[in-house]
Design a binder for this molecule. Structure first.
Ligand code: SAH
Length: 339
């Protein structure tokens, strides 16, 4: 038996009763918004653990990557050090610690966070212990050169799902069966030019594409580098990758909505195109990237081989997680993508 509906689920239900079944993008946007705005979901006691929460080495490697890029850009000052979806602020704290001996970097770097969750904003303030500026979107970032990073941010941006039924693509929607949310088939719509099988699902992510298009435009106008790390695939393909995680386990996407972390795999092929105004690096596996940045020697020094293994091994986070960078300047050669 399902438990009774939460206030948030009742709100979703009333929206569906009023407007009809909702597309997956609207559903995901509302569910993710509710989820992050009402909790700190990270760590062993929470729902899931991200790379910066596993080990300080992750942020250290990214700090070195960004500082190297900054030097190659000619050490501009000031430079925006911007992060989208900073979670607890752990990655930025590790980036700052790893770069404190780089002459001029800390004086130049102005920290800017793009974060929608009031709960996590407070957490970021206390983790960082220094000044930062918060934004709702990248559009209010000040002009000028930028070093940008986002880890497990794109996967939280909403996707739409299309489903191939009766020889045609349709919007996949979420409707009601009593008090239960159920998937359904909505209006016919344009879909990809592939030859799908019956009931195949195809995911599109306009919000992710727009985000990368905006970042690429931003790098072009203000100079800079952006680094994206996320789980996903390098080639566009059919498949339903929408998933919900709660208490470190996969749970039903449509049960206890707003109480689990709702994400989908990132289609990097589309995002490479979205970023193509810039030079695009990768995507490469997180393992290859971190190894190229020297994580194995750092792990040896810290006596943290196991943590390193979680980040780089093929059967852990090393292959599923992909790393992609954008840079406006074709004369700059970024590190980490030599492979
Ligand atoms: N980068 C962190 C957290 C990843 S979880 C880490 O690696 O630990 C996703 C983060 O993105 C959270 O901070 C969440 O609140 C934020 N987020 C999700 N959707 C967002 C949106 N549309 N706008 C701004 N922040 C968002």
């Amino acid at each position: 038996m399902r438990s009774s509906m939460s206030k948030f689920e009742q709100h979703l239900k009333s929206l569906i009763l009023e407007n009809g079944p909702m597309d997956v993008g609207t559903f995901m946007n509302l569910a993710v918004g509710h989820y992050y705005s009402t909790r700190d979901p990270f760590g062993a006691q929470g729902d899931f653990t991200t790379a910066p929460e596993i080990s300080q080495m992750f942020g250290e490697m990214i700090g070195v990557f960004l500082a190297d890029a900054w030097i190659k850009m000619g050490s501009p000052a000031p430079v925006l050090l911007a992060e989208a979806g900073p979670g607890r602020g752990t990655l930025m704290a590790d980036i700052m610690r790893a770069t404190k001996n780089i002459p001029g970097f800390h004086d130049a770097a102005k920290i800017h966070f793009i974060e929608m969750s009031p709960v996590l904003k407070e957490k970021q303030k206390s983790t960082l212990g220094q000044g930062a500026t918060w934004h709702e979107s990248i559009h209010t970032l000040p002009d000028g050169p930028v070093l940008f990073v986002a880890n497990e941010f794109l996967d939280a941006l909403p996707i739409r799902q299309l489903q191939y039924v009766d020889g045609q693509w349709h919007e996949r929607v979420i409707g009601l069966d009593g008090d239960a949310f159920v998937f359904g088939v909505g209006a016919p719509c344009k879909g990809p030019v592939v030859v799908p099988g019956d009931n195949d699902v195809f995911e599109i992510a306009p919000a992710r594409e727009q985000f990368v298009i905006d970042i690429a435009a931003r790098l072009k106008s203000g100079k800079g580098v952006a680094l994206f790390i996320d789980y996903g695939h390098d080639h566009t393909a059919c498949g339903d990758t929408l998933q919900a995680v709660r208490g470190h386990k996969y749970v039903d996407v449509l049960s206890d909505v707003g109480e689990s972390d709702l994400t989908s795999h990132v289609d990097f092929e589309t995002l490479k195109n979205a970023g193509s105004r810039c030079v695009v690096y990768g995507p490469v596996g997180q393992g290859d990237f971190l190894k190229a940045m020297g994580i194995e020697l750092r792990a040896l020094r810290l006596g943290k081989r196991e943590d390193c293994n979680r980040l780089v091994a093929d059967d852990q986070m090393g292959t599923l997680f992909r790393v992609m960078a954008l840079c406006d300047d074709p004369d700059i050669k970024l590190v980490g993508f030599e492979g």
